[in-house]
Write a protein that binds this ligand. Structure first.
Ligand code: NDP
Ligand code: 2IT
Length: 450
């Protein structure tokens, strides 16, 4: 059989992707990274090429776009956009978070959904990939407004999801409060108490360690990377960005392992505390961010340290950097600054926080660089464990879940080493992309032209 339309190069494949998905910059960026990693592997395994697995895997199975009307506290009607990108269900129900942030658009959710497919595969749990959200901005909204929005959002979303179909969770702007409001509305509409969302409250079906999981997992992954060079967190200075869910629990785990965290940030700026953010100071940040919903700047009103307005953490001298805020938050110049200042390890709590040019700096500098789809997979992994507990109608102890999480992160690290070894160097980008791809691609081959 003569094969037509076989792409001869990464460039020609990307030209097709860009033409079919115009303007979706972050999506193009995420696809390019994966295609570059996979290219040689695909040439050596032409069955994937002949079955057009790449052409299929970059196309979401389904995209749902909807109107979210709600009333604010003044009684005025507001309208937001709602999205759910159901990217790939080859190895399990669609699974992935919901992001509420004014920057949300289809291209961003497609990049996140695409990454999720590979990440979920790496966990070894049976979860497909998806992502959703809204351009709704929870900042400055009352609890009542957030609830109104969440109820309206779920009113439409509820008809598309289900415990065996699509299981959303949190992401930026979606934490315990929002999951609670959405779960309540789902239950009202469907008259069903079921594991349709993860990140639920501990009294109504949530899993212990889910709030901690992404941050802890990111540090466990970094610990494994450090071990390959006979290093550990003990005595290391660590720069962390963000001050939300992932950043908070990454900080907690670094402290437990004997490291010193000197930065946290939010979208306005960075706090730098050379004395280190200890347990008490972290508790202050948790209260500030999760209860008072204030700005990180207030840290320097209470504690010593500097506030860098409009500046990201990466000029801080550190040996380990954990970007835990958002995409494209480390550029080439910042990556150079990190490496020049002696940073030997970057483990990504956020999704795609490093720009492609920054990744090049890390790889050329031969430092330990753990990409998000491997390093932050702990969150969705414990979501998978929450689904298992819900199905069994039982719950595991903190120790049990933490132990399973730790085991999964060690396992993901091993997968990255297996597929990413280049002589003495481990290319975790390549390892994560190939390791995540194989299981999904093989399932797609088994299931025919779908
Ligand atoms: P949160 O909403 O709890 O916290 C987000 C943090 O990042 C806040 O400090 C926020 O600052 C900052 N931030 C958000 N957007 C921007 C921006 N455009 N520029 C600068 N700072 C920004 O979210 P999470 O901690 O849950 O998520 C953080 C990252 O981790 C995201 O990339 C997410 O996709 C990823 N992730 C999350 C998982 C989870 O389980 N929650 C799992 C895997 C990955 P501000 O308060 O000013 O908005
Ligand atoms: O990016 C992610 O992996 C998440 N936001 C968590 C997804 C989930 O389903 O727990």
């Amino acid at each position: 059989m003569v094969q037509h339309n076989i792409y001869k190069s990464v460039d020609s494949f990307m030209e097709m992707v860009v033409t079919k998905n115009p303007g979706e910059r972050e999506f193009h960026q995420a696809v390019l990274e994966v295609v570059e990693s996979l290219w040689d592997f695909l040439q050596e395994n032409p069955r994937y090429i002949h079955a057009k697995v790449m052409e299929r895997i970059v196309e979401p199975e389904r995209v749902i776009l909807f109107r979210v009307p709600w009333r604010d506290d003044r009684g005025e009607i507001q309208v937001n956009k709602g999205f759910r990108v159901e990217f790939n269900s080859a190895i399990g129900p669609y699974k992935g978070g919901l992001r509420f942030h004014p920057s949300v658009n289809l291209g961003i959710l497609k990049f996140l959904g695409f990454e999720q497919v590979f990440k979920n595969s790496l966990t070894t749990l049976p979860m497909g990939g998806g992502k959703g959200g809204s351009d709704f901005d929870p900042k400055g909204k009352s609890d009542n407004e957030v609830m109104s929005f969440c109820q309206s959002f779920m009113t439409e979303l509820s008809r598309h999801i289900g415990p065996n179909t699509d299981v959303p969770a949190g992401d930026i702007g979606v934490g315990g409060r929002e999951i609670g409001f959405m779960y309540g509305q789902y239950k009202r509409l469907q008259n069903e108490f079921t594991g349709v969302l993860t990140g639920k409250g501990i009294n109504w079906g949530g899993s212990l360690i889910r709030p901690e999981a992404t941050g802890y997992g990111c540090v466990y992954f970094a610990e494994e990377m450090l071990k390959t060079r006979d290093e550990s967190f003990k005595g290391k200075t660590v720069a962390i960005s963000g001050s939300g869910n992932v950043a908070q629990y990454a900080t907690e785990k670094v402290l437990q392992l004997g490291g010193k965290v000197v930065t946290l940030s939010d979208s306005n700026g960075t706090i730098y505390d050379p004395a280190g953010i200890d347990r008490e100071k972290l508790q202050f940040v948790m209260d500030l961010k999760n209860v008072k919903r204030g700005r990180i700047k207030e840290y320097t009103v209470k504690y010593k340290g500097e506030y860098w307005e409009g500046v990201r953490p990466w000029k801080a001298v550190c040996q380990v950097a954990l970007p835990c805020a958002t995409q494209n938050e480390i550029n080439q110049a910042e990556a150079k600054m990190l490496v020049d200042n002696g940073c030997i390890c970057v483990s990504e709590g956020a999704n795609m926080p490093s720009e492609p040019e920054a990744i090049d700096v890390f790889l050329k500098g031969k430092i330990l660089y753990g990409p998000g789809k491997a390093a932050n997979a702990g969150g969705v992994a414990v979501s998978g464990l929450e689904m298992s507990q819900n199905s069994m109608r039982m719950s595991w102890s903190r120790e049990e879940v933490d132990q399973k999480l730790h085991g999964i992160m060690i396992n993901i690290h091993e997968t990255c080493v297996k597929y990413g070894k280049e002589g003495n160097f481990i290319n975790y980008v390549k390892g994560a992309n190939i390791g995540g791809f194989i299981k999904v691609a093989d399932a797609m081959l088994d299931q025919g032209v779908v």
